[in-house]
Design a protein around this ligand. Structure first.
Ligand SMILES: CC(C)(COP(=O)(O)OP(=O)(O)OC[C@H]1O[C@@H](n2cnc3c(N)ncnc32)[C@H](O)[C@@H]1OP(=O)(O)O)[C@@H](O)C(=O)NCCC(=O)NCCS
Length: 150
């Protein structure tokens, strides 16, 4: 088995990516299917981390992340999710690096995101700094606004 970070390649990978988003980021707060997407999807950069069999066949999608341009050299990362049993193995860090490389190539100089407090340390390890408070999601998940210069 190998792992690879890449753009989703086909319908199966797109479906698994949105399913993972929903399961990790929405279902625990009783949010309906569909709430894991927004109006920026078609204009965004998408990454999945896939597990592949020796012959290259997809075994499963274990991580997902997205970035969209804000204009003036800025972009926002959203919807970072890693399968619970695969956390702490560098998948999230690899997803971030892959998005940042693509954003840099697009001329982006600053990336911002709204981090759940439980994920603050993860983003700090990746070079992001807290720059303010962000909205509290579903009335119970405090978020911090974070930024990183590329
Ligand atoms: C946050 C999340 C994406 C991190 O993914 P991951 O694959 O577990 O992270 P990695 O293994 O790449 O970790 C990279 C580094 O961050 C650290 N780290 C990861 N999650 C952490 C956490 N919650 N608290 C503290 N440190 C953390 C790791 O120890 C590692 O440190 P190292 O560089 O010293 O080895 C994942 O835990 C997740 O999906 N959480 C639930 C959904 C979520 O909160 N998404 C973010 C919404 S803002």
């Amino acid at each position: 088995m190998t792992r690879e970070v890449r753009e989703p390649r086909d319908d199966e990978e797109w479906r698994a990516s949105y399913e993972l988003r929903w399961r990790v980021l929405r279902a625990p707060w009783d949010q309906p299917r569909g709430s894991e997407r927004d109006e920026q999807e078609e204009r965004s950069l998408h990454r999945v981390c896939v597990e592949l069999a020796a012959d290259g066949a997809l075994l499963r999608v274990i991580g997902t992340a997205r970035a969209h341009h804000l204009g003036e050299g800025r972009a926002q990362i959203r919807y970072m999710a890693v399968e619970e049993s695969c956390r702490g193995e560098g998948v999230g860090a690899d997803l971030l690096i892959s998005l940042e490389e693509a954003l840099r190539a697009d001329g982006v100089v600053e990336v911002v995101l709204n981090a759940r407090e439980s994920a603050l340390r993860f983003y700090e390890r990746a070079g992001y700094r807290v720059v303010g408070e962000a909205e509290t999601l579903y009335g119970e998940i405090p978020h911090a606004r974070m930024a990183k210069s590329l």
